[in-house]
Design a protein around this ligand. Structure first.
Ligand SMILES: [Zn+2]
Length: 174
């Protein structure tokens, strides 16, 4: 019996040390670091403890010109290196909110393991920040022509939904 337990323990040790072979790299340019910080802060505000220590963000000219950025995985598993490639050839974002939306969407893929979600809210707006290719979900006005274009009031909902897809429909979308 003791021998069996020892063997089981040895097998467990081996499988653990095998996983330890992977050492994640964190390499995020200073211009993007504030958004990784605010992703962690937004998670913490909602009761989720997420430390992003496995992430490379890099400009890469091989990103298809139909995309602002791509993530190399849609898995929350921490066993592979997570990489977000930013397209250097198109200027995708016009303000910090759009850049935040872009990076939160990509971290939704590679940190939270979320896939695209094309569902719509009852008012026709996207249900999720995981809607493909929309970085203006909760952006402020591109030009200061009054405030009716300002969507910032929807940001709280989209961040709630990012960390919890079961978030109820907000009043503004009914
Ligand atoms: Zn995507």
């Amino acid at each position: 019996m003791i021998k069996k337990i020892l063997v089981a323990g040895f097998v467990l040790l081996c499988s653990c040390s095998h996983n330890d072979d992977f050492t994640p790299v964190f390499d995020v340019p200073a211009e993007f670091q504030p958004y990784v910080d605010s992703f962690e802060a937004a998670a913490a505000e909602r009761g989720y403890h997420i430390m992003v220590n496995n992430l490379i963000i890099a400009y890469d000219a091989s990103v298809s010109n139909t995309y602002c950025a791509v993530s190399n995985t849609t898995s929350a598993e921490n066993s592979i290196q997570k990489i977000i490639y930013i397209n250097p050839d198109i200027h995708c974002w016009q303000n910090s909110r759009q850049l935040e939306t872009l990076l939160f969407h990509e971290m939704g893929h590679c940190i939270l393991g979320r896939a695209h979600d094309t569902a719509l809210l009852p008012n026709g707006d996207a249900k999720s920040i995981m809607y493909p290719d929309d970085i203006s979900l909760y952006a402020p006005c591109a030009y200061p022509l009054g405030d009716t274009c300002n969507q910032l009031y929807t940001r709280d909902y989209y961040l709630d939904e990012l960390f919890n897809p079961a978030t109820p429909v907000p009043d503004w979308a009914k």
